[in-house]
Design a protein. Structure first.
Length: 512
């Protein structure tokens, strides 16, 4: 007899329907899996045989049957252990040990040897797939139910039933109609704003008012920020303090992030999930780690930083190919990974905070310190920060050395942080309302036509920008970035129109 069960496969962060066809006919005992299955799937026959035997039914290893499992489409490589449950149920259906209608269900789950179900990765992606394709139910391990319930945030959600099960026997009883499973209640507050920050807030940073203002603008509009200065002046602390002023995630942003982290194998039910991401890879990280790739293809740090911050400390110490590969995602908000048999688009709408010293020793042009670097060393160090890459930075801040009076001052703990965070949240709300019809969230995402629409300026401001462009101080890209930063400065001030002082301040942050 032939049985067909619907399951799914992950390609990047998106899911695709997989048909699990099981044929169980009398003949010499054998169990084979075809359809470009990886080792984890081919080993499934041992887990399935033991699980079926331990719930009191006849396993394919006990009967004289020729069992063939086909995973269609056969041209797509299949990976992972979540095919255990659909293959087991397909065998029981084909061998007439159970009877149910599998047509409107997507089934996923890894089996333990005793028949228990273990959690899988990508549950939310599979739930979104089931919803989009019109399936009535998705059946998966109980531990994945909370994650899959985020599908309720999707506009295409069509009353999909999310069925969480603990073991194979429970799955059989449910499918045969002998067991009723109650739907879990979805509570958005369980995911948004529940996690703690890294414990560093803006009040920790002494002095540096100019840099703190630049950080506020960068976070409010999602603009790329470059921090430069001698060692020990607070560049890293400033970047980490950005977490304390980041606004809460919108429900649409939460859904995007949950899909990325779920497909990447993270447990999004953990307390850390629900806050905007702050990713800080080490400078020795490889290009696939930062950009994404590998075999199988996995999301990189720029995708894990989606809707949040990617912080690259010691920026010039990163490999040159890693830095140059940031150009496309910084401009387009996504990364295209092309391999011989794979072509994937992954979201990467992050904003970059980079920090660097002025030279290898860190004291170039410092009045109270002698620089020990040769001119050739300084030139080689700065060549790592190429012109095209630096032109994609919106805000440049020099983080200067501090005086003793700044270090011993006692600030009002949390007052500055809370005030800035509130101001950033208000500015982001203004941007979201303005760009709602475009499907965008922040000013940094605006395209040139939208900049022309939402960033009108007066004649005096136009003349100032004309001089900067004609003198070569601003490129075409830089011109548009200045307008976007000025739009954010006006939003922070609660102004509807961009004024000359907003343009002046935005231009001041373009000075390297």
């Amino acid at each position: 007899m032939l049985a067909k069960i619907f399951s799914g496969a992950l390609r990047g962060i998106q899911a695709q329907i997989i048909e699990v066809e099981v044929s169980a006919n009398q003949g010499l005992r054998s169990f084979s899996v075809v359809g470009l299955a990886d080792t984890a799937i081919k080993e499934a026959k041992e887990r399935i045989g033991s699980a079926i035997k331990n719930i009191g039914l006849k396993s394919p290893l006990q009967e004289t049957r020729k069992v063939v499992v086909n995973l269609a489409p056969a041209s797509l490589k299949k990976e992972g252990s979540h095919y255990d449950l659909p293959i087991a149920l397909g065998y029981l259906l084909a061998s007439e040990q159970t009877n149910f209608n599998p047509n409107d269900k997507i089934i996923l789950g890894e089996l333990a040897l005793n028949g228990d179900l273990r959690p899988i990765k990508g549950a939310l992606s599979f739930a979104l797939l089931a919803s989009q394709k019109g399936f009535k139910q998705i059946i998966l391990p109980q531990e994945n139910v909370k994650e899959a319930s985020l599908v309720r945030l999707s506009a295409s959600q069509n009353n999909l039933e999310i069925i969480g099960l603990n073991n194979l026997k429970q799955a059989i009883f449910f499918l045969e109609g002998q067991l009723t499973i109650n739907q879990s209640k979805f509570v958005l507050a369980d995911f948004i704003g529940k996690s703690a920050s890294n414990g560093i807030n803006l009040d920790w940073v002494k002095g540096q008012s100019h840099s703190k203002r630049g950080l506020e603008i960068a976070v409010a509009g999602g603009h790329n920020l470059f921090l430069q200065g001698p060692p020990g002046t607070g560049k890293t602390l400033l970047a980490k303090a950005a977490v304390s002023i980041m606004p809460d995630l919108a429900s649409e942003e939460l859904l995007e992030l949950a899909q990325i982290y779920s497909a990447s194998g993270f447990n999004i039910s953990e307390p850390w999930f629900g806050q905007r991401p702050f990713r800080a890879p080490h400078h020795s990280a490889s290009e696939p780690t930062i950009i994404g790739g590998g075999s199988p293809v996995k999301a990189g740090e720029i995708t894990l930083a989606h809707r949040g911050i990617l912080f690259l400390d010691e920026f010039p110490e990163f490999h040159r190919d890693v830095l140059e590969s940031l150009r496309q995602p910084l401009e387009q908000g996504e990364i295209t990974i092309q391999r011989a048999k794979t072509n994937l688009n992954l979201p990467a709408r992050f904003f970059l905070i980079a920090s660097a010293n002025p030279c290898p020793c860190g004291y170039y042009n410092e009045p109270n310190k002698n620089c020990t670097c040769a001119p050739s060393q300084v030139a080689a160090y700065r060549r790592k920060m190429s012109g095209p890459l630096m032109d994609r930075m919106d805000i440049f801040c020099w983080v200067s050395s501090l005086k003793y009076e700044h270090l011993v001052g006692e600030p009002d703990i949390d007052k500055e942080t809370m005030a800035v965070k509130q101001n950033v949240a208000l500015a982001r709300n203004r941007q979201k309302e303005r760009l709602r019809g475009e499907g965008l969230f922040i000013n940094a995402e605006m395209t040139p036509p939208l900049i022309k629409k939402h960033c009108p300026i007066d004649n005096v401001s136009q003349e100032m920008l004309r001089k900067s462009v004609d003198s070569g101080d601003l490129s075409g890209r830089g011109y548009h970035r200045v307008l976007k930063v000025a739009r954010t400065i006006a939003d922070l001030a609660g102004r509807e129109n961009i004024e000359l002082k907003d343009i002046t301040e935005a231009l001041s942050y373009r000075q390297r």
